[in-house]
Design a protein around this ligand. Structure first.
Ligand code: SUG
Length: 446
């Protein structure tokens, strides 16, 4: 059966800011308390989606979450009007308030793990919402993500959207950012590779490892994956400590190609062998390894060379890397990419640079911003068409962003009670642009 990989990008929310919330994410720490530009951030994200659509790729959109998260603050005992709740939270619990404001749902690669129907025992497409339990601000995303995915994938005879795993340290799950898939072509059965940073209960000294083996195994079981084509690989501790808080900071796969840094995985030889075994009879895997002698882990992390989208453009014989412009500005990564795409017989034959700088400053590159959903033509027809980007939707979203988003959010602006009404008005309007319904956001249900 033929299929298509569709990228669903998270729209950057109106409260995009730099709060330094993610330990182990070097960009988030570095840019803490700097001035954010929400309007520009959202327009950059939309421009990236439009650029990819212009190249002939299918593109979808996922909505931002309601922030500040007033419902959560109320559950913590804050009372009064929504604006008062926000003021009071800032006054007494600034750490909690910062978490309640994060626009981190924009990084849709962390929304869920998707297994296309070709891999799943019951022939349905399975999606497991990520619990994102490691970081407080991200642990607030699962419920709303589940609502969004259920709006997109409504047809329960074709799609199964699983709720997040119990949010506990033992089942720590960050979604597709730690999941790769290789196959002959979209629609064909593939090899699913789950990358974990630690096992439950395993002590770890350095930066947090946000994905456990136990969570990976649970996802594979839920999705009904064939064990012969399911791989669990450990991320190198060295990579995590160098700032690769998700595997997609040091590796990306598409079709038969795995593009990765030399130090991405704890046991590369075992991973290659497992992929070859899983792929037998289906496709010949190609491994494009970037040696540390060419690109240091530090440069891979600061440029986000691997946080790129690896895509096949219509009619192209090789793959194209959609990389952040920071890769072009780093001498070692730009030189490596230039040589790679020019090499005879290369599997990755082109590069296109995109500007998502506002997101990058929080550690989110082009690949973080999108959730890949591989669908057959029938599945695509059954999915909610209103989430697929076309010119009319792009125009509406652009106008919506321009109307509702602030140009700047400086640290001193974050406590502004006016933000509550402003963002709720914006999101309420969004429910009439995307097919979300008038009860999508918690503030619409009170
Ligand atoms: O979880 N940053 C996100 C970036 C997620 C990137 N996603 C992927 N690699 N797929 C995170 O660390 C920073 C928010 C702040 O500091 O304000 C943040 O949440």
């Amino acid at each position: 059966m033929s299929g298509e990989e569709i990228n669903f990008d998270g729209l950057v929310g109106p409260t995009h800011n730099y709060a330094g919330l993610s330990e182990g994410n070097l960009a988030s720490a570095r840019n803490r308390d700097t001035i954010a530009r929400p309007r520009e951030a959202a327009l950059q994200g939309l421009a990236k989606m439009q650029q990819l659509r212009g190249l002939g790729l299918a593109q979808g959109v996922l909505p931002p979450h309601d922030r500040p998260n007033i419902a959560w603050l109320r559950s913590l005992g804050f009372a009064g009007t929504d604006a008062q709740v926000w003021e009071r939270a800032w006054a007494s619990e600034p750490t909690i308030a910062r978490a309640a404001l994060a626009s981190s749902a924009m990084w849709a690669a962390n929304a869920a793990t998707i297994s296309p129907s070709a891999d799943c025992e019951d022939g349905a497409l399975h999606a497991s919402v990520a619990n994102l339990q490691t970081m407080l601000h991200r642990s607030l995303e699962a419920q709303q993500t589940e609502r969004a995915l259920k709006r997109l994938l409504q047809d329960t005879s074709r799609f199964t959207v699983h709720e997040a795993l119990l949010p506990h340290d033992a089942l720590s799950d960050e979604g597709a950012a730690n999941h790769m898939r290789m196959s002959a072509a979209p629609g064909a059965p593939g090899v699913e590779i789950f990358v974990y940073g630690r096992e439950a209960q395993e002590p770890r000294a350095g930066f947090p490892a946000r994905q456990t083996l136990e969570a990976c195994r649970a996802l594979a079981r839920r999705h009904g994956l064939a064990s012969a084509r399911t791989i669990f690989a450990r991320q190198a501790g060295e990579a995590i400590d160098a700032g690769a808080f998700h595997n997609d900071v040091v590796a990306v796969a598409h079709a038969h190609v795995l593009f990765h840094h030399e130090h991405a995985f704890a046991d590369k030889a075992a991973l290659y062998a497992d992929i070859r075994a899983g792929a037998r009879g289906l496709f010949d895997p190609v491994f494009v390894e970037v040696p540390a002698a060419r690109v240091r882990l530090e440069d891979a992390v600061s440029s986000y060379l691997f946080n790129a989208q690896l895509v096949r453009l219509p009619g192209a014989s090789s793959l194209t890397l959609i990389a952040p412009s920071e890769v072009r500005e780093n001498n070692s990564t730009s030189a490596f990419v230039r040589e790679m795409i020019a090499a005879p017989g290369t599997s990755i034959g082109d590069v296109i640079y995109v500007d998502v700088r506002e997101s990058m400053r929080n550690g989110g590159g082009p690949a973080c911003l999108r959730l890949r959903v591989e669908m057959t033509a029938d599945e695509r027809a059954a999915a909610n068409a209103g989430f697929f980007l076309d010119d009319a939707l792009a125009q509406n979203l652009e106008a919506w962003i321009t109307t509702h988003y602030r140009e700047e959010l400086a640290p001193g602006d974050l406590s502004d009670p006016a933000l509550v009404d402003e963002t709720q008005t914006a999101l309420d309007a969004l429910t009439r642009i995307l097919p979300l319904g008038g009860d999508f956001y918690p503030f619409q249900r009170v």
